[in-house]
Design a protein around this ligand. Structure first.
Ligand SMILES: Cc1ncc(C[n+]2csc(CCOP(=O)(O)OP(=O)(O)O)c2C)c(N)n1
Length: 364
């Protein structure tokens, strides 16, 4: 009986724009000045949004927040490639994806404030609401992608997951189903090196996350997630593959969250200052600035203008969101069923009675 090699595989790593702004001309994607301007504004705006959320959360004007600073290139660079016919399945940290997909800043704030109005985004946005249950967005994504294939629709479905999320069963089930169904699905793994305090190296014994694609018969690539050009190029390739009916892709984006996991986390307990400083040097925003400067589309004056506009939009949206927040205890019963079942009505009436009694007690 023979013993022979039955499988051999390898995974590419892609970096186009290095940390010093140097570009590999042979790999440089074609992006017009207008496209670069749009992408840059999205990255700057989401960073301003992020900083605003962190600051107002500390003032008690917003609940728990999960910051994205550091991961802007990964999120904007992938979501920017998508069109109206596509669907994005997001998670709690996907602020850059929301913005790039056209969710108004006001609704982003309303979501982060934990209000139900945040879930009532404008109707022309078809992406479903973000997932907090890690992994569920992947099953939804592969289902939507498979449906698009069966119905012969043009759209692709994209899901976002963290490095920790790749240990969930749904990650493996979804990649497996995407492989056998040849569904037009794209899985973006934002490998920011930590799942709260759990480092990537004890999350999986695999050398890369991208190589997990090979086991499921789909394409996989690892990219420098802080390099907008590499992220964009890998995503474009994956979207083209999916649209041509050639199946799914897993893109592992190596990145870093500069802030804490959430507003209730203290990263100094599990990360060193030195590590954080090393990653700051790889910041995706100044890196893109250098590239744009070399193309003559970025200078200090432009920077000040973009920053002022982004800050203005963010501040205005926050004011509007804060002014429109209005929540009553019975809101938790609404917007679930088209017609509220009797049992729920009874519970709602009971809650109203309890609230009324509490009010009377406070006044007494
Ligand atoms: C199914 C499930 N298990 C646990 C949690 C609690 N939880 C919230 S965030 C998180 C860490 C996830 O890390 P990772 O997937 O790397 O994504 P990141 O937060 O770093 O973006 C955990 C365990 C959850 N939300 N859902």
């Amino acid at each position: 009986m023979p013993r022979k090699k039955v499988f051999e595989g390898s995974v590419d790593y892609l970096q186009i724009l290095d940390e010093n702004g140097g570009v590999d001309k042979s790999l440089e994607p074609r992006l017009t000045n207008e496209e670069l301007d749009r992408i840059y504004r999205l990255m700057v705006t989401v960073r301003q949004y992020d900083r605003k959320c962190m600051s107002v959360q500390r003032q008690g004007r917003l609940f728990t927040y999960l910051p994205v600073e550091g991961q802007e290139a990964t999120q904007v660079g992938t979501a920017y490639v998508l069109g109206k016919q596509d669907l994005a399945f997001t998670m709690y940290r996907s602020h850059g994806v929301f913005l790039a997909r056209g969710v108004p800043l006001k609704y982003m704030f309303l979501m982060s404030m934990g209000t139900f109005q945040g879930g009532q985004r404008p109707e022309d946005i078809e992406d479903v609401h973000l997932e907090f249950t890690i992994g569920s967005q992947l099953s939804q994504c592969v289902g939507a992608a498979w449906a698009a294939k069966i119905l012969k629709k043009d759209g692709v479905a994209v899901a976002y997951i963290g490095d920790g999320g790749t240990s969930e069963g749904e990650f493996h089930e979804s990649l497996n189903l995407a492989g056998v169904s040849k569904a037009p699905a794209i899985f973006i793994c934002e490998n920011n090196l930590y799942a709260i305090s759990v480092p990537r190296k004890i999350q999986t014994a695999s050398q890369t996350i991208a190589q997990k694609a090979l086991a499921y018969g789909i394409a996989g690539i690892q990219v420098d997630g802080n390099d907008l050009l590499a992220v964009y190029a890998a995503m474009k390739e994956a979207v083209e593959r999916a649209r041509k009916g050639e199946g799914a892709t897993l893109i592992e984006c190596l990145t870093y969250r500069f802030g804490p996991h959430s507003t209730s986390d203290d990263p100094s307990k599990y990360r060193t200052k030195q590590e954080e400083e090393e990653w700051r040097k790889k910041d995706p925003v100044p890196r893109l600035q250098k590239y744009m400067q070399s193309r003559g589309v970025w200078n200090e004056e432009y920077e000040q203008q973009v920053l002022a506009e982004a800050k203005g939009e963010v501040d205005k949206a926050f004011e509007e969101a804060e002014a429109s927040v209005h929540a009553e205890p019975e809101d938790i019963f609404k917007n679930v069923f088209a017609e509220m079942p009797e049992t729920l009505k009874e519970q709602m009436e009971y809650l109203k009675k309890v609230e009324e009694e509490k009010k009377n007690l406070r006044q007494a």
